[in-house]
Design a protein around this ligand. Structure first.
Ligand code: PEP
Ligand code: MN
Length: 370
């Protein structure tokens, strides 16, 4: 059961303490207090855990500080919508608001290779008013002989350059708990020049110990990528591990499914699941067109497949677009063939804006029938 408190309620007030004492007076029931700093408002929720099935909701609804009481379904307790019972409030991180309503483009290097490319990338993004970028330092590769990423060695200059160009969030995959600590230390040493969105890659979608580790720290938000060969339900359950650890600042990312049925795309594009994830969970939804399509293939209409699937994600309401760019893709140490070129950035961003406007028009039209 979740008790959602009214917006201005002080979590430490005597009223809330009375509410918690009342909840804990039921046998085998304990509570957890969660404050979610949303994109537009903050929400405080009291979670009742244990044998709550027999507890009536009315005694709690009578408290003046209570907005509503929601019976949770067994599934996705922390990230679920519970049949629309709880709102998707989103979150703010390092001055950037991210929710099921906002849209951010997160272009950048699949893998950090050298300082010049990182600097050129961040400068170009900043030039277009972007504050979000991707830059991988730890790369999980199919072959042990492939480039594994520069690791912690590159963090000081990646963060320094990000800060210099006003990039506020760098999405960066972690494959081991130790990477989280290395990132936290390097961020601190940089004077928190920027912020980091910890990316859980598709290969680690069910690495439960890693999910617990990123979930037990609440300093850095998490971008969880759907597992490539498991069901959506299994992926959302795995994502729940992050939230159940205490970290509620999570983004769910669709990146295509591994099956030959998607050929010639690298993965079978699954962006039709954007509204599904928004309905089932409270999480903002990201799409990754680069790892879905995996090439720069051009359609006869003059638009690359990457542009087309990006549009498919946005027209369906996606909140972030994680996309590979590289100043010199032929020299890239990872995923060069799918990277867009820096000179393509203006067209890509215009295309995103065109589709977003169409999505907003669709929403306005749908509201007329409400
Ligand atoms: C990536 O974004 O760099 C990546 C490796 O993606 P995925 O985990 O979706 O394959
Ligand atoms: Mn990649």
């Amino acid at each position: 059961m979740i008790i959602v408190l009214k917006a201005d309620t002080e979590a430490s007030s005597p009223e809330v303490r009375r509410l918690i004492a009342q909840a804990e007076s039921y046998p085998d029931v304990h509570t957890e207090l969660h404050r979610i700093q949303g994109a537009t408002r903050s929400v405080t929720e009291v979670y009742l855990l244990g044998h709550t099935g027999v507890i009536p909701t009315e005694p709690f609804e009578e408290h003046a500080c209570v907005e509503k009481v929601v019976r949770v379904t067994e599934k996705y307790r922390a990230i679920g919508r519970h049949a629309g019972g709880v709102d998707a409030v989103g979150f703010e991180y390092n001055g950037v608001r991210i929710s099921q309503e906002t849209l951010h483009v997160v272009p950048g290097l699949c893998a950090v290779d050298n300082r010049e490319n990182v600097d050129q990338m961040f400068a170009a993004l900043a030039g277009h008013g972007l504050q979000t970028a991707r830059a991988g330092a730890y790369k999980p590769r199919t072959s042990p002989y492939d480039f594994q990423g520069l690791g912690q060695e590159c963090l000081p200059w990646v963060f320094e350059r990000a800060g210099h160009h006003g990039i506020r969030i760098v999405a960066m995959e972690v494959t081991h708990e130790a990477h989280v600590e290395q990132i936290q230390r390097a961020l601190e040493a940089s004077g928190n020049a920027t912020g980091v969105l910890l990316q859980i890659g598709t290969r680690n979608a069910q690495n439960f110990e890693l999910l617990k580790a990123v979930g037990q720290q609440t300093e850095l938000p998490v971008l969880f990528k759907r597992g490539m060969g498991i069901t959506l339900e299994e992926s959302i359950n795995a994502c729940e591990y992050v939230a159940s650890g205490g970290n509620r600042r999570i983004i769910f990312c669709l990146r295509g499914m591994k099956t030959n049925l998607g050929d010639p795309h690298r993965n079978f594009v699954d962006f039709s699941h954007v509204p599904v994830v928004k309905r089932l969970t409270r999480l903002p939804v990201c799409v990754d067109p680069s790892h879905s399509v995996g090439s720069r293939a051009l359609a006869p209409d003059g638009l690359m497949d990457v542009y087309h699937v990006t549009a498919q994600g946005i027209i369906a309401g996606a909140n972030l677009v994680l996309v590979d760019f590289h100043p010199h893709p032929e020299e890239a140490l990872c995923d060069g063939p799918q990277a867009l070129l820096m000179e393509e950035l203006p067209h890509f961003l215009e295309d995103v804006a065109i589709v977003r406007r169409a999505y907003e028009d669709r929403l306005a039209r749908a509201k007329q029938d409400d």
